[in-house]
Design a protein around this ligand. Structure first.
Ligand SMILES: Cc1cc2nc3c(=O)[nH]c(=O)nc-3n(C[C@H](O)[C@H](O)[C@H](O)COP(=O)(O)OP(=O)(O)OC[C@H]3O[C@@H](n4cnc5c(N)ncnc54)[C@H](O)[C@@H]3O)c2cc1C
Length: 434
């Protein structure tokens, strides 16, 4: 495993280049070590600093802080998701638990940006679950029933209305939910980096290679140095498994996305000058598509089991072809060469789309596996795992721990084959939506 920085993501390229980078350049010891500086790790660090102002807290990342999945996602802070499977009453109660947790996630991000005055292009625009395929109507009707039972404000929209709102005639039907926020993921996570409290030491470009527990201490080995810590929190999400955390309960998925340059005024007029919007797919492997505040189009339409973690340029180019096709299908009048950047990012999944939030062993904690909802859940789980690791309680912890728990995967070989077959099948079912 080797996690490296790249310069291929427009969200990250929008940000100022940082100059205050510190790496691990000598052996250290601390009370708390947080591994991974995305939404989860940064929130954990912020909370720990509040709870333990006089203790030594280090947060460390293999690459630049916030430049993993947290700085390169699609920027949907969700109140509801569709692709989790829910038909019976039993599942309705699970879905309610899930949306209760999403709500806590939205609240915690909202509180953070308000407290620290972070400008992350926050837009409470709602979101569309859309499809070009009439066969998906039944799925939307079932989803609508579920949302009605849970009092989520939503409506089903048809092609003509969608054309006006989105500037594309590609979609035939959609379910619009009023809740949910669109934001700039890079600006949000950079806000978390910039506002880290003074009693937290941030070390970057320093990859944890090996760790072990020795009585009351945990020894963490990096390339040339080590850190000895009393407590550790793993916040590495897509890399939990590679560090041996909950091996049989989660696996990494690599996603790729592309973004265009801003449309010119003429191009923007040609598609009807739609306001900022976000579309999520009805089928799990369909495309996520966004029109950003500054008139750029983002598309994410691949998800796969891929090793090694950093996708080569050549492999990325192959995936970005799907994204160019996806944009062309939706906006045939736009020029072919408007894609400005393509990138990959790693997330983690459990078998039943649940999350990991737990004490792994004495003084060892982990949080992750948020699927496509890590903006809110990562921020929430980071904060709450810090509280749990400090032996304190909270209402949020009760709600999180009352949610569904990850289930065991079958043996590795079967898992690899099973996951690949499932993804292939889902991709086939979503073929019109890519
Ligand atoms: C293309 C894409 C689109 C997405 N769209 C959305 C969306 O619209 N909405 C949403 O809510 N979520 C979305 N997600 C998911 C979301 O980005 C993640 O769930 C979220 O960023 C997880 O945050 P995190 O802090 O747990 O993990 P990360 O942001 O992945 O941070 C983990 C950090 O751990 C570091 N690390 C890993 N291994 C080591 C090691 N050995 N030593 C030191 N450091 C290590 C990594 O460098 C990384 O910075 C998307 C993800 C991708 C890739």
């Amino acid at each position: 495993m080797n996690v490296v920085n790249d310069t291929s993501c427009s969200w990250i390229n929008d940000l100022d280049i940082r100059s205050n980078i510190k790496t691990l350049d000598n052996d250290k010891s601390c009370d708390w070590l947080i591994v991974g500086a995305g939404y989860t790790g940064l929130s954990a660090a912020r909370k720990l600093s509040e709870l333990h102002p006089n203790q030594k807290i280090i947060i460390i990342d293999a690459q630049l802080a916030g430049e993993g999945a947290s700085g390169r996602n699609s920027g949907y802070l969700v109140d509801t998701t569709l692709n989790d499977g829910f038909t019976s009453n039993k599942e309705l109660s699970n879905y309610r638990k899930k949306t209760n947790i999403y709500k806590l996630g939205i609240d915690v991000v909202k509180k953070f940006i308000k407290e620290h005055q972070v400008d992350c292009d926050w837009n409470e625009s709602g979101k569309y679950f859309a499809s070009s395929n009439q066969k998906d109507r039944k799925i939307l009707q079932n989803f609508s029933e579920t949302l009605s039972k849970l009092n989520f404000d939503h409506s089903i929209l048809e092609k003509e209305d969608l054309g006006k709102r989105l500037g594309t005639n590609f979609y035939n039907l959609a379910l619009y939910t009023k809740g949910g926020v669109l934001l700039h993921p890079g600006k949000l996570v950079r806000g978390m980096v910039d506002t880290l409290p003074d009693n937290v030491e941030l070390l970057e470009n320093s990859q944890l290679n090996e760790w072990s527990k020795n009585n009351d201490t945990i020894i963490c080995k990096f390339n040339n140095h080590k850190i000895i810590t009393k407590k550790i929190i793993f916040c590495t999400n897509g890399f939990l498994k590679s560090l041996g955390i909950k091996n049989n309960y989660n696996f990494p998925l690599t996603l790729t996305a592309s973004m265009t340059r801003s449309l010119t005024d003429i191009e923007y007029k040609s598609i009807g000058e739609p306001k900022e919007w976000g579309v999520l797919p009805i089928r799990p492997m369909g495309a996520t598509v966004r029109m950003t505040k500054d008139k750029r189009i983002l598309i994410r339409n691949t998800a796969e089991v891929y090793t090694p973690f950093q996708m080569t340029d050549n492999e990325l180019k192959k995936r970005s072809i799907y994204q160019r096709i996806g944009i062309k299908k939706r906006f045939p009048s736009l020029p072919e060469d408007i894609v400005q950047s393509s990138w990959s990012g790693v997330v983690a999944r459990t078998r039943n789309s649940s999350q990991i939030f737990e004490k792994i062993d004495n003084n060892i904690f982990a949080a992750g596996c948020y699927n496509g909802s890590g903006i809110g859940l990562g921020t929430l789980f980071g904060e709450q795992i810090a509280i749990k690791a400090s032996n304190k309680e909270s209402n949020e912890i009760n709600i999180i721990e009352n949610g569904i728990k990850p289930t065991l995967f079958p043996p590795r070989l079967l898992l690899n084959v099973g996951v690949k077959i499932r993804l292939f099948y889902e991709r086939y079912r979503a073929k019109t939506e890519i």
